[in-house]
Design a protein around this ligand. Sequence first.
Ligand code: BMA
Length: 367
Amino acid sequence: MRKSTVLLAAALLCACCGKNNKTDEATALLQQLRNTAKSGFLFGHHDDPVYGHTWYLDTNRSDVKEICGDMPALLSFDLGRIEFACGNENGFAAADTNLDKVPFDRMRREIIKHYENGGVITLSWHAANPITGGGSWDIGDSSVQTILRGGSNHEKFVQWLDNIAAFVNSIKTGKDVKVPIIFRPYHENSGHWFWWGAMHCTAEQYKELWAMTYERMQQKGATQLLYAYSPQDITDTGNYLERYPGDNIIDILGCDQYMFTDREEYIEKVNADLSAITELGETHNKVIAFTETGYEGIPDSAWWTGTLLPLIEKYPISYLVVWRNACDRPEHYYAPFNSQISVPDFLKFYTHPRTLFLNDIKNISTK
Ligand code: BMA
């Protein structure tokens, strides 16, 4: 073992039990993300291989690949509704689908395939409301309180976490290696639109939710996970840290920010977000990432190299994720597809040396 590896391993020992809390593959992924930021950032797309602007569950398809001949380096999927799936150690019924109708079975296969091809995976979780069983957007001021230890929905919520652990633990390669995954639950918590948002729980309750989640994953042996924290609309580093779950849990400092109609506002907000996480990444020795962004419908044909690239290239982010191309909502897409007006500009973005797609990373991957 080289000296640097020994130091890295020591830094990853669990604060509560003293055991190494990451698999070798998760440790390697974290190092890969650190190295990535020196040369560029991984391009990520949510649900990329499972549906696109005009198709659903075809195999070997990707709106991004159909434009540039290459897959995103990073694939993002969502666990929403895994709460109600029949999770067990042997996997999930093919009929179990997430909130956007992606079968968990298919998600697992795509994750394994992408990892074996040298790609990186992240999972978000639009968790159901634990009181009503409605969606993440079904807000209520006491939801978080009821799932913490001693709360009326604690047991139920722990079962939901166990479903997640069972699912991620079932995502293994042919060589029986658990695929390392960046887990990003309870996102955009600075806003009010999700039941875990800042208006609906105290900072202490929010942090306790994270600690409980982390500990349960550890107990269930889901040590292949890295953890990303991703609030939205950060004003400064102090504001970012108010609900930060802590350096012992979080591996990746992220932020979410979308462009709506006002370009100047987007630029201002992204600069505030990325400046804050750049500074915190240095002081806390963490990887940073732009965990969700995009411009719905991409109505600006030069958005990729005219707005996004110049805005982010000065920050050492390891990756960015643009959101999904919904097949059942024609206006809801964030990556271009054949004939979309921003395709020529996306191709310029694709060939830029700092944007990393699957072919760019598969040969330098640590696997
Ligand atoms: C939102 C929208 C929803 C979707 C959810 C989870 O931003 O795309 O339609 O259900 O993300 O993917």
